[in-house]
Write a protein that binds this ligand. Structure first.
Ligand code: ADP
Ligand code: MG
Length: 226
């Protein structure tokens, strides 16, 4: 299993009480597996990704990414794990307005300290893979919403992550563009053998995933096979 969450609990301060965002959550995702998490707004989906991505520490339970227990790492160890093993794709692609598609990817490699030539080869390969080979020099304003989201997917893959965490990737897209982004995620999950979790409240594309788990009030219900 690339990712294993065991009995995870996360709460936030809420006045003089605590709000329970994740409650006794178990989840296992293997390399090459594409899991969807659905559920109403406020049910804890983004909190789940934050914990799975080592951005937020649970107050109870364990988070294991490729045999590394995240809760045993210090801040630096978690930052490094995130940089080297985890890719994030957000609802809005969060691209820098002044950079071309190619440079969005190269920036990630630069921050990670990769050699320029290797990074360029990888960036071109990924832009080609997401169908943007001919748009590598365009800035975000010159790309459609779906194309920006594809740049976001390519950028998340620059570091060759083992785990891909995707938060509501289709919420700003029409049905066909959304479907094509989810299909891309499905294919990439398989080809690159990443473990992918996609949070969504868009039920239209679930047929493209291997499993769907449901989040309700911080509790995750997974089908028996997950
Ligand atoms: P979803 O992504 O399903 O909409 P979230 O994980 O964002 O749900 O939120 C789960 C619950 O935790 C909600 O009640 C939300 O208001 C609360 N919450 C999320 N982030 C924080 C935070 N940083 N501080 C306090 N409460 C938060
Ligand atoms: Mg959310």
């Amino acid at each position: 299993m690339t990712l294993t969450l065991n009995d995870v609990r996360l709460t936030y301060p809420d006045g003089d009480r605590r709000l329970v965002a994740l409650d006794a959550v178990d989840l296992h995702v293997a390399a090459g597996e594409f899991v969807a998490v659905t559920g109403p707004s406020g049910s804890g989906k983004s909190s789940l990704l934050a914990v799975a991505g080592a951005l937020t520490m649970p107050e109870q339970g364990s988070v294991v990414i490729e045999s590394t227990d995240v809760t045993a790492l210090d801040q630096r160890g978690r930052d490094r794990l995130r940089r080297e093993r985890i890719g994030f794709v957000f609802q809005q692609a969060n691209l820098l307005a002044s950079l071309t598609a190619l440079d969005q990817l190269l920036l990630v490699a630069h921050v990670a300290g990769s050699a320029r030539r290797t990074a360029e080869a990888r960036a071109h390969e990924l832009l080609d893979r997401v169908g943007l080979a001919d748009k590598a020099r365009r800035r975000p304003a010159e790309l459609s919403g779906g194309e920006r989201q594809r740049v976001g997917v390519a950028r998340a893959l620059m570091g060759q992550p083992a785990l891909l965490l995707v938060d509501e990737p289709t919420s700003a897209l029409d049905h066909d563009r959304g479907e094509s982004v989810v299909r891309l995620l499905r294919d990439i999950t398989r080809e690159q053998a990443v473990a992918t979790i996609m949070v969504t409240h868009d039920l239209q594309h679930l047929h493209l995933t291997n499993h769907t788990a449901q989040m309700q009030d911080g509790r995750l219900t997974t089908p028996a096979s997950v």
